[in-house]
Design a protein around this ligand. Sequence first.
Ligand code: NAG
Ligand code: NAG
Length: 427
Amino acid sequence: MHLLVLFHILQSLLLAAHSCPSLCSCHDGKSGIAELRLVQCSDPGITAVPISVPADTVKLRLEKTPISKVSRAAFYNLSELRFLWLTYNSITLIHPSSFVNLKALRELRLDGNLLTSFPWEGLRDMPRLQTLGLHNNRLSSLPAHAALFLPNITYLDLSSNRLTILPAELLDLWFPLPGQSEGQVERRILGLHDNPWLCDCQISMLMSLSMTLGSTVVLMDQLLMCSKSLSQSELLQTQAELSRCMRPSVQPAATRVISPMGSNVILRCDATGYPTPTLTWIKTSTYTNCCQQDNLDNSEQLPRILESFMQESPRVGVRWSIISLNGLSYKDAGEYRCQARNMAGISEALIKLKVMGITKLPHLPKKSRKISSKSPSKYRKPYQMSAITNVPSVKDNQILSSITPFSSNQAKKPQSLVTFLEHVRKY
Ligand SMILES: *[C@@H]1O[C@H](CO)[C@@H](O)[C@H](O)[C@H]1NC(C)=O
Ligand SMILES: *[C@@H]1O[C@H](CO)[C@@H](O)[C@H](O)[C@H]1NC(C)=O
């Protein structure tokens, strides 16, 4: 008798674990030796995400139903799910916490719904996601913060939406600087076509960068149309907007700096460009032929990105940045690159720093000045003190007061981007 009760309990537990939600069909597929549970629901009678989907489901297809919203933790029990297709429903709203616990999900497809926005931060709950399909929705904007949650996505389909502007942050993510990408850059497939894009700097750069040889980004359809049918006057307008694109130009304050051991050095770099460039400092080499080899720390990994001590953009199109090296040692000697980047391109300047030994600290200025005064024009540009050596004790306000502010008469006139524009116009 007891055994019979136990048997019934066990049986109902098993049934509960493997029961199929009503109006859905459940199958066991096989992949190698593993059994894969597939659940498919596409009945017009389904009005909400079913709650009794078996916990070991690997693929869930919920398609062509009148479901209009996905609520918080809707798939909480499905931690083994790898494919979630919610295509061709009537979804207008997705709660930002809809996807919690989808630890194994690789593929999320939401094509053919009525989404006007997508909760990008929700991607945090799906760390293994690679494929995100949002084709054929009503998305009208891509926020800049989406770039924070998209680094692992290698297939992103945003085609057939209402997007007009691509944030610069996404371009930075998809086309990283050579020194900034960690390890191998993943190949990405992007669907951006069939959106009313404004043909601005970003779109032009995206098209030309994705067509360059060896680009890691592949567009599903390379033809990105501009929002308006181009009448003559609109064509001129587009060109005017494009002509604002300006490749960065970098002016380091000095290209060679010599400073005694133990002293403090500030390296400064100014850049212009439109859109306002971002600046990165990279140390690319040390001097290995230095007489004081014992003092060299060869464990340093190069190239290395340095954190800038200060960075500011006093106005649109202009940015400056400084790094501060305190108590110079031989391992600080080497080549520093100041790299400016915007959608129109990259440019960089090289600064060589030499560290002189011999003298002891408080008397060092005499000897070091002698050295640098021998060939001042070679080591320092006369008009601007961008490398300030021998700052005895560095405090923020001292540095601030000793930095020459970037003024417009010092700035070189921005280069025109004739060659770039000609390049872009081809497309
Ligand atoms: C998850 O499972 C529990 C217990 O079986 C159930 O009560 C709950 O409704 C399920 N939640 C979802 C979202 O399916
Ligand atoms: C990207 O993948 C890594 C490694 O799997 C993971 O730790 C990280 O959380 C993922 N990032 C996002 C935004 O999903």
